[in-house]
Design a protein. Sequence first.
Length: 451
Amino acid sequence: MAIEEKVNHNSLVLERLSFGTHFCYLYDNKSDLLDVLVSFFKSGLENNECCIWVISVDLSKKEVVESLRKEVKNLDSYLSKNQLNLFEYDEWYKESSTFIAKDVINGWLKNLKDALKKGFKGLRITGDVKLLDMEELESFVEYEIQMNSVFETEKIIAICTYPVGIYNKFQLLDIASSHQFVLTKTSGDLKIINNASRNLAIKETEIIKDRLQKLQNLENLGLLSQGLIHDFNNFLAIIKGNAELAQINLESGENISRFLQEICDSVTNASEIIREISEFGVSNGTKKKTTDVNKSITRLMELLRPTLSSNIKIEKDLSSSLNKIEINSRKLAQILINLVQNARDAMPDGGTITIKTKNHLIANNLELERFSLKAGKYITISIKDTGIGMDKEIQKRLFDPFFTTKGSENGTGLGLPMVEHYIIESNGAITVKSQLYEGSRFTIYLPASEK
């Protein structure tokens, strides 16, 4: 099923593209191909994006440059500073006459990383597949599907161009289904054909993820409840003991004010716990407040202590001058709980979890793995364990939704993706360092409050 939308001018569709977009253009001739791609890259250059054009076998570099020069002002400037890069098909796609999907995707990601380091907003790319034979098409469609999952979270806009005349209708359906939408041109007008089945699948996946995240929140709330029950039992024992003492002293005519004060203090402390459970609970509120992270860590560790075995030790190294941050209390709790849980699970035979906080100044805009941090004051929270560690392949997939090393019975695979999502919402970053049998350390960067 597809939904068609007519667009009267190339620029209208090509200017409003956002990062994470991966679509295909089915073209009839090289004139139509040049028309769309020139508009596509003109928009990217003007938006300070790094552009890579893998040229179709139907075109030459000379034709491409001449067409761009007609529409793009200061083209030579873009070329001289390598903001616009032109490659012949074989230069980019083939190595030893074999198409290797993983190498091509890694090539795109390396170029994105280089572009961001140079100060560009992102990467805008195109490639053409006319040179592929029919036997290679199936593997190329699989590559396109992989690109969808990789690119949707990256600062990349990709248009893949296919000459419509050389494929049958079944092949065209496969091509269309592997992209977010299809662009075609009929009688001079561009048409967007939305991939309705893909959009429906995405919506259904989001619904499932939302439900599983709520289950994850409930699971975390259950963990906190073990600590809360312990505290409530202590308060009830204090209240009961002082009430009995007050009753005995009241009968003998003695002053019972000190016993009543103990009862009042316990009720106040119990009320504070009720407030905490409402903040750390399952509400989806997004309200942020100025937060003392050290205080939150200390309280959460008290509540989580009953969930840890006796052979697991918690050490805290909290900066006494730590800046406060602006964050939703529930989300901070979920971040910390998930990371402490992961540390616990990585140490089945016991060990030490070390939680450290400190202030951190970023002097210049910083690209930190897959995150971009603006210059300014930050705090860092690191959670280190002495557990089994992880190899590089597992580290690459840690934040993929539904990926888990714990088995479906013990994990949803949504804990770390949720952590990453909350951190991104707070304009922060998270990094991981780990080696097999040498433990792991997660480090969170969060902007300091300006209040």
